[in-house]
Design a binder for this molecule. Structure first.
Ligand code: NAD
Length: 358
Protein backbone atom coordinates (compact mmCIF):
# COMPACT_ATOMS: atom_id res chain seq x y z
CA UNK A 1 0.00 0.00 0.00
CA UNK A 2 1.31 3.48 -0.93
CA UNK A 3 0.57 6.33 1.49
CA UNK A 4 1.71 9.90 1.84
CA UNK A 5 1.92 10.84 5.53
CA UNK A 6 2.38 14.36 6.84
CA UNK A 7 4.18 14.75 10.18
CA UNK A 8 3.42 17.96 12.09
CA UNK A 9 5.53 17.81 15.28
CA UNK A 10 4.37 21.22 16.54
CA UNK A 11 5.85 22.48 19.82
CA UNK A 12 7.47 21.24 23.04
CA UNK A 13 7.27 17.47 23.58
CA UNK A 14 5.27 17.19 20.33
CA UNK A 15 8.63 17.37 18.58
CA UNK A 16 10.14 14.66 20.78
CA UNK A 17 7.32 12.10 20.61
CA UNK A 18 6.47 12.31 16.88
CA UNK A 19 10.03 11.19 16.09
CA UNK A 20 9.01 7.80 17.48
CA UNK A 21 5.62 7.75 15.82
CA UNK A 22 7.37 8.25 12.50
CA UNK A 23 9.98 5.54 13.21
CA UNK A 24 7.21 3.08 14.04
CA UNK A 25 5.44 3.90 10.77
CA UNK A 26 8.68 3.37 8.84
CA UNK A 27 9.27 0.06 10.59
CA UNK A 28 5.73 -1.16 9.84
CA UNK A 29 6.16 -0.15 6.19
CA UNK A 30 9.35 -2.22 5.95
CA UNK A 31 7.82 -5.21 7.76
CA UNK A 32 4.61 -5.33 5.72
CA UNK A 33 5.94 -4.12 2.37
CA UNK A 34 4.09 -0.82 2.31
CA UNK A 35 5.43 2.38 0.78
CA UNK A 36 4.95 5.21 3.26
CA UNK A 37 6.45 8.54 2.20
CA UNK A 38 6.86 11.26 4.82
CA UNK A 39 6.69 15.02 4.64
CA UNK A 40 7.05 17.46 7.52
CA UNK A 41 5.33 20.79 8.21
CA UNK A 42 5.28 23.39 10.96
CA UNK A 43 2.41 24.60 13.13
CA UNK A 44 1.80 26.39 16.44
CA UNK A 45 4.42 28.47 18.25
CA UNK A 46 7.19 27.08 16.03
CA UNK A 47 5.29 28.32 12.96
CA UNK A 48 4.55 31.73 14.53
CA UNK A 49 8.27 32.18 15.22
CA UNK A 50 9.18 31.21 11.66
CA UNK A 51 6.37 32.90 9.68
CA UNK A 52 4.12 34.90 12.02
CA UNK A 53 1.29 32.47 11.25
CA UNK A 54 0.32 29.45 13.46
CA UNK A 55 -0.88 27.58 10.36
CA UNK A 56 1.15 28.64 7.31
CA UNK A 57 -0.51 28.10 3.91
CA UNK A 58 2.21 25.65 2.98
CA UNK A 59 1.26 23.42 5.94
CA UNK A 60 -2.40 23.49 4.95
CA UNK A 61 -1.63 22.63 1.32
CA UNK A 62 0.53 19.70 2.41
CA UNK A 63 -2.15 18.58 4.90
CA UNK A 64 -4.89 18.51 2.27
CA UNK A 65 -2.65 16.60 -0.14
CA UNK A 66 -1.70 13.91 2.40
CA UNK A 67 -3.44 10.61 3.18
CA UNK A 68 -3.11 11.06 6.96
CA UNK A 69 -1.50 13.43 9.44
CA UNK A 70 0.51 12.52 12.52
CA UNK A 71 0.42 15.51 14.84
CA UNK A 72 2.40 16.15 18.05
CA UNK A 73 1.09 19.07 20.12
CA UNK A 74 1.09 22.85 20.08
CA UNK A 75 1.51 25.42 22.83
CA UNK A 76 4.06 27.61 24.59
CA UNK A 77 4.05 29.22 28.03
CA UNK A 78 4.44 32.64 26.41
CA UNK A 79 0.77 32.51 25.32
CA UNK A 80 -0.58 30.66 28.37
CA UNK A 81 0.44 33.66 30.48
CA UNK A 82 -0.83 36.24 27.98
CA UNK A 83 -4.51 35.57 27.18
CA UNK A 84 -4.68 38.81 25.19
CA UNK A 85 -2.11 37.68 22.55
CA UNK A 86 -3.84 38.06 19.16
CA UNK A 87 -1.86 35.40 17.32
CA UNK A 88 -1.88 32.10 19.24
CA UNK A 89 -0.68 28.52 18.59
CA UNK A 90 -4.13 26.95 19.16
CA UNK A 91 -5.58 29.02 16.30
CA UNK A 92 -3.54 26.78 14.00
CA UNK A 93 -5.13 23.65 15.44
CA UNK A 94 -8.69 24.99 15.27
CA UNK A 95 -8.18 26.17 11.68
CA UNK A 96 -6.69 22.93 10.40
CA UNK A 97 -9.58 20.94 11.98
CA UNK A 98 -12.07 23.22 10.23
CA UNK A 99 -10.25 23.20 6.88
CA UNK A 100 -10.06 19.40 6.88
CA UNK A 101 -13.77 19.10 7.80
CA UNK A 102 -13.05 16.89 10.82
CA UNK A 103 -16.38 16.19 12.49
CA UNK A 104 -15.72 13.19 14.72
CA UNK A 105 -13.17 12.84 17.45
CA UNK A 106 -12.37 9.25 18.36
CA UNK A 107 -10.69 8.51 21.65
CA UNK A 108 -9.99 4.90 22.59
CA UNK A 109 -9.61 4.22 26.30
CA UNK A 110 -7.45 1.17 26.12
CA UNK A 111 -6.17 -0.16 29.39
CA UNK A 112 -2.97 -2.16 29.61
CA UNK A 113 -3.03 -4.67 32.50
CA UNK A 114 0.48 -3.61 33.49
CA UNK A 115 -0.75 -0.07 34.20
CA UNK A 116 -3.85 -0.91 36.23
CA UNK A 117 -2.30 0.62 39.33
CA UNK A 118 -1.48 3.92 37.56
CA UNK A 119 -5.17 4.94 37.73
CA UNK A 120 -6.89 6.37 40.77
CA UNK A 121 -9.65 3.74 40.33
CA UNK A 122 -9.44 0.22 41.75
CA UNK A 123 -7.81 -2.38 39.44
CA UNK A 124 -10.80 -4.75 39.80
CA UNK A 125 -13.12 -1.98 38.53
CA UNK A 126 -10.84 -1.22 35.58
CA UNK A 127 -9.61 -4.62 34.38
CA UNK A 128 -10.99 -5.37 30.92
CA UNK A 129 -11.99 -1.78 30.09
CA UNK A 130 -11.89 -1.03 26.36
CA UNK A 131 -13.99 1.96 25.31
CA UNK A 132 -14.07 3.89 22.06
CA UNK A 133 -15.54 7.39 22.31
CA UNK A 134 -17.09 9.18 19.35
CA UNK A 135 -17.40 12.87 20.19
CA UNK A 136 -19.14 15.13 17.67
CA UNK A 137 -16.93 18.13 16.80
CA UNK A 138 -18.82 20.64 14.66
CA UNK A 139 -22.08 21.44 16.46
CA UNK A 140 -23.45 22.17 19.94
CA UNK A 141 -22.96 25.25 22.18
CA UNK A 142 -19.43 25.70 20.80
CA UNK A 143 -20.70 27.12 17.52
CA UNK A 144 -24.20 28.46 18.33
CA UNK A 145 -24.96 32.16 18.67
CA UNK A 146 -23.27 33.78 21.69
CA UNK A 147 -24.81 36.79 23.43
CA UNK A 148 -24.21 39.06 26.40
CA UNK A 149 -26.23 42.16 27.29
CA UNK A 150 -24.64 45.58 27.72
CA UNK A 151 -25.17 45.58 31.49
CA UNK A 152 -23.22 42.32 31.77
CA UNK A 153 -26.12 40.76 33.65
CA UNK A 154 -27.14 38.17 31.05
CA UNK A 155 -25.30 35.79 28.72
CA UNK A 156 -26.42 32.98 26.45
CA UNK A 157 -24.87 30.24 24.27
CA UNK A 158 -27.19 28.67 21.77
CA UNK A 159 -27.04 24.87 21.61
CA UNK A 160 -27.91 23.58 18.17
CA UNK A 161 -27.62 20.47 16.04
CA UNK A 162 -28.49 19.64 12.45
CA UNK A 163 -29.89 16.21 11.62
CA UNK A 164 -27.05 15.51 9.14
CA UNK A 165 -24.45 16.21 11.82
CA UNK A 166 -25.92 13.53 14.05
CA UNK A 167 -26.47 11.07 11.18
CA UNK A 168 -22.89 11.12 9.90
CA UNK A 169 -21.21 10.58 13.27
CA UNK A 170 -23.78 7.98 14.35
CA UNK A 171 -23.00 5.99 11.21
CA UNK A 172 -19.27 6.10 11.97
CA UNK A 173 -19.93 4.93 15.53
CA UNK A 174 -22.12 2.00 14.42
CA UNK A 175 -19.61 0.97 11.74
CA UNK A 176 -16.88 0.94 14.40
CA UNK A 177 -19.07 -0.99 16.87
CA UNK A 178 -19.46 -3.74 14.26
CA UNK A 179 -15.69 -4.31 14.35
CA UNK A 180 -15.60 -4.37 18.18
CA UNK A 181 -18.03 -5.39 20.93
CA UNK A 182 -21.17 -4.58 18.86
CA UNK A 183 -22.58 -2.17 21.44
CA UNK A 184 -23.29 1.56 21.15
CA UNK A 185 -24.19 3.71 24.13
CA UNK A 186 -25.55 7.05 22.93
CA UNK A 187 -25.26 9.70 25.62
CA UNK A 188 -27.59 12.72 25.72
CA UNK A 189 -29.89 14.75 27.96
CA UNK A 190 -33.14 14.02 26.12
CA UNK A 191 -35.24 14.52 29.27
CA UNK A 192 -34.37 18.25 29.17
CA UNK A 193 -32.83 19.36 25.86
CA UNK A 194 -34.54 19.62 22.47
CA UNK A 195 -31.19 19.10 20.70
CA UNK A 196 -30.84 15.83 22.65
CA UNK A 197 -34.35 14.73 21.59
CA UNK A 198 -33.38 15.24 17.95
CA UNK A 199 -30.07 13.46 18.67
CA UNK A 200 -31.89 10.46 20.18
CA UNK A 201 -34.44 10.30 17.35
CA UNK A 202 -31.72 10.29 14.69
CA UNK A 203 -29.59 7.73 16.55
CA UNK A 204 -32.67 5.46 16.81
CA UNK A 205 -33.13 5.71 13.03
CA UNK A 206 -29.49 4.86 12.35
CA UNK A 207 -29.58 2.07 14.96
CA UNK A 208 -32.40 0.41 13.01
CA UNK A 209 -29.98 0.01 10.10
CA UNK A 210 -27.55 -1.91 12.33
CA UNK A 211 -29.70 -4.66 13.92
CA UNK A 212 -26.55 -6.62 14.82
CA UNK A 213 -25.41 -3.79 17.13
CA UNK A 214 -27.01 -3.37 20.55
CA UNK A 215 -28.06 0.21 21.37
CA UNK A 216 -28.43 1.86 24.74
CA UNK A 217 -29.45 5.49 25.37
CA UNK A 218 -28.13 7.03 28.55
CA UNK A 219 -28.45 10.46 30.13
CA UNK A 220 -25.17 12.31 30.53
CA UNK A 221 -25.41 12.53 34.32
CA UNK A 222 -25.86 8.77 34.57
CA UNK A 223 -23.07 8.13 32.02
CA UNK A 224 -20.62 10.27 34.01
CA UNK A 225 -21.40 8.14 37.06
CA UNK A 226 -21.35 4.74 35.27
CA UNK A 227 -18.00 5.53 33.68
CA UNK A 228 -16.21 5.42 37.02
CA UNK A 229 -18.53 2.87 38.63
CA UNK A 230 -18.36 0.21 35.92
CA UNK A 231 -16.28 1.35 32.91
CA UNK A 232 -16.15 -2.12 31.35
CA UNK A 233 -19.86 -2.04 30.58
CA UNK A 234 -19.12 0.39 27.71
CA UNK A 235 -17.98 -0.48 24.19
CA UNK A 236 -18.61 2.43 21.77
CA UNK A 237 -19.84 5.67 23.37
CA UNK A 238 -21.45 8.15 20.99
CA UNK A 239 -22.06 11.69 22.18
CA UNK A 240 -22.33 15.38 21.35
CA UNK A 241 -19.55 17.97 21.49
CA UNK A 242 -19.98 19.34 25.03
CA UNK A 243 -20.84 16.04 26.74
CA UNK A 244 -17.97 14.38 24.87
CA UNK A 245 -15.53 17.06 25.93
CA UNK A 246 -16.23 16.36 29.58
CA UNK A 247 -16.71 12.58 29.42
CA UNK A 248 -13.48 11.94 27.47
CA UNK A 249 -11.40 13.86 29.99
CA UNK A 250 -13.05 11.95 32.80
CA UNK A 251 -12.31 8.73 30.94
CA UNK A 252 -8.65 9.66 30.36
CA UNK A 253 -8.09 9.19 34.07
CA UNK A 254 -9.10 5.56 33.73
CA UNK A 255 -5.90 4.99 31.75
CA UNK A 256 -3.79 6.69 34.38
CA UNK A 257 -1.59 9.00 32.31
CA UNK A 258 -2.03 11.55 29.56
CA UNK A 259 1.08 10.02 28.02
CA UNK A 260 -0.81 6.83 27.11
CA UNK A 261 -3.82 8.11 25.20
CA UNK A 262 -4.20 8.67 21.48
CA UNK A 263 -6.98 10.26 19.48
CA UNK A 264 -8.15 10.55 15.90
CA UNK A 265 -10.18 13.31 14.32
CA UNK A 266 -11.90 12.22 11.16
CA UNK A 267 -14.24 13.59 8.54
CA UNK A 268 -14.68 12.74 4.89
CA UNK A 269 -11.11 13.67 3.94
CA UNK A 270 -7.66 13.44 5.52
CA UNK A 271 -7.65 12.18 9.12
CA UNK A 272 -5.68 13.75 11.94
CA UNK A 273 -3.99 11.53 14.55
CA UNK A 274 -2.53 12.86 17.79
CA UNK A 275 -1.82 12.15 21.44
CA UNK A 276 -4.36 13.77 23.77
CA UNK A 277 -1.62 15.56 25.71
CA UNK A 278 -0.28 19.04 25.05
CA UNK A 279 3.24 20.39 24.58
CA UNK A 280 4.09 19.88 28.33
CA UNK A 281 6.49 22.80 28.84
CA UNK A 282 7.43 21.43 32.25
CA UNK A 283 9.24 18.44 30.73
CA UNK A 284 9.97 19.64 27.15
CA UNK A 285 13.55 19.20 25.95
CA UNK A 286 14.45 16.89 28.84
CA UNK A 287 13.96 13.46 27.23
CA UNK A 288 11.21 12.71 29.76
CA UNK A 289 8.05 12.61 27.62
CA UNK A 290 6.24 9.31 27.22
CA UNK A 291 6.21 8.53 23.46
CA UNK A 292 3.57 5.78 23.76
CA UNK A 293 0.56 8.05 23.04
CA UNK A 294 2.19 9.12 19.77
CA UNK A 295 2.97 5.49 18.92
CA UNK A 296 -0.63 4.49 19.73
CA UNK A 297 -1.79 7.36 17.48
CA UNK A 298 0.07 5.57 14.70
CA UNK A 299 -1.87 2.38 15.51
CA UNK A 300 -5.09 4.39 15.15
CA UNK A 301 -3.92 5.83 11.83
CA UNK A 302 -3.09 2.38 10.44
CA UNK A 303 -6.48 1.05 11.53
CA UNK A 304 -8.82 3.94 10.77
CA UNK A 305 -7.17 5.85 7.92
CA UNK A 306 -5.64 2.92 6.05
CA UNK A 307 -7.78 -0.05 7.15
CA UNK A 308 -4.61 -1.95 8.15
CA UNK A 309 -5.97 -3.76 11.22
CA UNK A 310 -3.21 -6.37 11.43
CA UNK A 311 -0.48 -3.70 11.30
CA UNK A 312 -2.33 -1.65 13.96
CA UNK A 313 -2.49 -4.73 16.20
CA UNK A 314 1.25 -5.31 15.78
CA UNK A 315 1.93 -1.74 17.00
CA UNK A 316 -0.42 -2.01 19.99
CA UNK A 317 1.06 -5.42 20.87
CA UNK A 318 4.59 -3.96 20.77
CA UNK A 319 3.50 -1.27 23.26
CA UNK A 320 1.91 -3.95 25.48
CA UNK A 321 5.07 -6.11 25.25
CA UNK A 322 7.25 -3.13 26.22
CA UNK A 323 5.14 -2.52 29.32
CA UNK A 324 5.08 -6.24 30.10
CA UNK A 325 8.88 -6.30 30.02
CA UNK A 326 8.76 -3.72 32.80
CA UNK A 327 9.89 -0.62 30.89
CA UNK A 328 8.32 2.65 32.02
CA UNK A 329 8.69 6.37 31.45
CA UNK A 330 8.54 8.53 34.59
CA UNK A 331 4.81 9.36 34.24
CA UNK A 332 3.76 5.68 34.41
CA UNK A 333 6.35 4.46 36.92
CA UNK A 334 5.35 3.76 40.53
CA UNK A 335 7.07 3.02 43.82
CA UNK A 336 7.66 -0.59 42.77
CA UNK A 337 9.34 0.28 39.45
CA UNK A 338 13.07 -0.46 39.53
CA UNK A 339 15.00 2.77 38.83
CA UNK A 340 16.92 1.11 35.98
CA UNK A 341 13.58 0.34 34.26
CA UNK A 342 12.62 4.03 34.05
CA UNK A 343 13.52 5.24 30.58
CA UNK A 344 13.63 8.56 28.76
CA UNK A 345 11.63 9.30 25.59
CA UNK A 346 14.29 7.99 23.22
CA UNK A 347 15.13 4.79 25.09
CA UNK A 348 11.40 3.99 25.46
CA UNK A 349 10.77 4.61 21.75
CA UNK A 350 13.75 2.39 20.91
CA UNK A 351 12.38 -0.43 23.11
CA UNK A 352 9.03 -0.37 21.29
CA UNK A 353 10.82 -0.41 17.97
CA UNK A 354 12.94 -3.37 19.05
CA UNK A 355 9.87 -5.37 20.13
CA UNK A 356 7.99 -4.31 16.99
CA UNK A 357 10.65 -5.97 14.88
CA UNK A 358 10.44 -9.27 16.78
P1 NAD B 1 -0.16 18.98 28.92
O1 NAD B 1 -0.92 17.83 28.39
O2 NAD B 1 0.88 19.52 28.03
O3 NAD B 1 0.54 18.53 30.31
C1 NAD B 1 -0.21 18.20 31.47
C2 NAD B 1 0.69 17.38 32.43
O4 NAD B 1 0.87 16.07 31.91
C3 NAD B 1 2.10 17.97 32.57
O5 NAD B 1 2.54 17.82 33.90
C4 NAD B 1 2.94 17.14 31.64
O6 NAD B 1 4.29 17.05 32.02
C5 NAD B 1 2.24 15.79 31.69
N1 NAD B 1 2.35 15.11 30.40
C6 NAD B 1 1.67 15.41 29.28
N2 NAD B 1 2.05 14.59 28.28
C7 NAD B 1 2.98 13.79 28.78
C8 NAD B 1 3.79 12.75 28.23
N3 NAD B 1 3.68 12.36 26.93
N4 NAD B 1 4.67 12.14 29.02
C9 NAD B 1 4.79 12.48 30.32
N5 NAD B 1 4.08 13.44 30.90
C10 NAD B 1 3.19 14.10 30.13
O7 NAD B 1 -1.22 20.10 29.33
P2 NAD B 1 -0.98 21.58 29.89
O8 NAD B 1 0.23 21.59 30.79
O9 NAD B 1 -2.27 22.01 30.38
O10 NAD B 1 -0.65 22.45 28.62
C11 NAD B 1 0.67 22.72 28.13
C12 NAD B 1 0.54 23.40 26.76
O11 NAD B 1 -0.02 22.49 25.83
C13 NAD B 1 -0.36 24.63 26.77
O12 NAD B 1 0.27 25.62 25.98
C14 NAD B 1 -1.64 24.14 26.13
O13 NAD B 1 -2.32 25.17 25.45
C15 NAD B 1 -1.13 23.11 25.16
N6 NAD B 1 -2.08 22.04 24.82
C16 NAD B 1 -2.08 21.62 23.53
C17 NAD B 1 -2.89 20.56 23.15
C18 NAD B 1 -2.81 20.08 21.74
O14 NAD B 1 -1.89 20.43 21.02
N7 NAD B 1 -3.74 19.24 21.28
C19 NAD B 1 -3.70 19.92 24.10
C20 NAD B 1 -3.66 20.35 25.42
C21 NAD B 1 -2.84 21.41 25.78
Amino acid sequence: MKKNILIIPGDGIGQEVTVWGKQVLASIAAQFNHEFSFQEAIMGHTAIEATGNPLPDETLVKAKASDAILFGAIGHQKYDNDPSAKVRPEQGLLKIRKELGLYANLRPILLFDELLDASSLKPEVLRGTDILFFRELTGDVYFGEKKRNEQNTFASDLMNYNRYEVERIARKAYEAARTRGKKVCSVDKANVLETSRLWREVVQEIAAQYPDVETEHMFIDNAAMQLVKNPKKFDVVLTANLFGDILTDEASQIAGSMGMLASASIGDGTGFFEPIHGSAHDIAGQDKANPLASILSVALMLDIAFGLQEEARVVTNAVAATLKSGWRTGDIANAETRPENILGTNAMGAKVLELLKK
